[in-house]
Design a protein around this ligand. Sequence first.
Ligand code: PEP
Ligand code: MG
Length: 592
Amino acid sequence: MTFSIHGLAVARGIAIGRVVLVASSRLDVAHYFIEPSQVTAEINRVRDGRDAVVAEIHRLQTSIAQMSPKDTPHELTALLDVHLMLLQDEELKLGVKHWIRDRLYNAEWALTSQLEVVARQFDEMEDEYLRERKADLEQITEKVLRAMRGVSSPIFQPQPRNSRKTTQQDLLLDDTVDVPLILVAHDLSPADMLQFKQSVFAGFITDVGGKTSHTAIVARSLDIPAVVGARWSSQLMRQDDWVIIDGDAGVVVVDPSPIILAEYGFKQRQGELERGRLTRLLHTPAVTMDGQKIELLANIEMPDDAASALAAGAVGVGLFRSEFLFMGRHGKLPNEDEQYKAYRRAVEGMQGLPVTIRTVDVGADKPLDETLRDDAHLNPALGLRAIRWSLADPAMFLTQLRAILRAAAHGQVHLLIPMLVHASEIRQTMALIDHARVQLDNRGVAYGPVKVGAMIEIPAAALTLKVFLKYFDFLSIGTNDLIQYTLAIDRADESVAHLYDPMHPAVLRLIAATIAEGHAQGKPVSVCGEMAGDVSLTKLLLGMGLRSFSMHPAQILVVKQEILRADTSKLVNWVEQVIADDEPVKKLAKPN
Ligand code: PEP
Ligand code: MG
């Protein structure tokens, strides 16, 4: 039966494919396709992992049998029996074989896919005792996965199958072709998301998450259709269901009828044609109709993203979110050399164009490691995040600063500091930058000059710009956080997503004033939050005087098209009116 789920549009375009349900806690298992010749080896890996767990349970049972009955709780013996029974479960075994043999999933992926199928059946059981056995099933699966880690795959070779374009005709005619896969999860962390950069998935759906959550931001950078905040998706969909993602409308259609499939297939092709047409603007300078030159920069997460920035025609990197180098490493931070190599790769990848490296911004919805999170009772968005975290650990911060300064010997580097608000933090930061230089001098290590900029992303910073303009060479407005902190709306919480409003007059006034004051002092100002890549806001920002936009590479050409159609001389008065209005503007009636 066809039904639709509404969520928040995150990354544009249409994706049509089969559902792969993944529980986020299990995302750190590899997902890749194997060759048909590797099927037997993968099935054997699962069997070996399972045998190892069975042997462990037998060992435990033997040692329990040697203990006195009063020392052995009856529950433990019963539990071990249940675990053994589950491990021998035919459905689990056959299901895993099916995913490996018929779908060519790697062993870990097959095991977790089958876990989802069986867990769903447990959920539907009437008997409470049986329903609770789901937790046992999850436990033994984790154990088997752990045992398999000791038997690592000899064949880890991710093969992005969705590089093969499957037409909608294929889908209608032949259900067995290599169809695109759509990942559906309750939640994904930014680190999980990053794992999928080279992945097999053609689209993402999550139950929770806001439009400018970092998970959504990474999804956008993958440039594949995605919807977040599509509540209950992971409950309502089943493994292997057909699904359509309409990333423009934020709608998910499950089990679509042939007519709906045909309609979305048409829309998908139209979208691809439109994107193709935009590439003709690749080498066109971004200049408005009245001759204003606009700088279009890229936001990147990893050094290798420099290639997509160049391919999209970016004239530099306006925001390298360095924290992604720090995530998912089980708390082990990258050392100076590791960081230096990564920054240098980004700098060299940009072939002489400037690269703005932001110092680490972890905390809030970007935990370093899921397992390290023990602050559920606190409000992490207001806590030890970004520069606060860096200043709390000067040795770690100095390591990063030295690595960035060293990378600056290889090209133009701008150093950007997130979440500053107090003058004392600014002074401490400046002192540490100087100290990092002294440390490199003492070691006789080469480094280059950097311009130092501040993110303006807390209202208090926007309202005390003078102190920022005194110390910094440039400003970059982080609208994602500026909106979050101005309106007191958690950007990662879909339940208040309707209140997260870039058009709120308070937000617009803070942005406009920052641009105006920066320019009045002769300091460059750019916007690197998601507003910069939102084509419906391009003219508004141009009218505020913005001349530097930093966004995901995938947005650059569509924003450039809007710039080419704009006449800033006609926008100024209109923008003044929009900002003066105390009612949040819902729809922009733009001139020209
Ligand atoms: C912002 O806050 O707008 C920004 C660009 O930084 P981040 O999204 O990484 O917090
Ligand atoms: Mg921010």
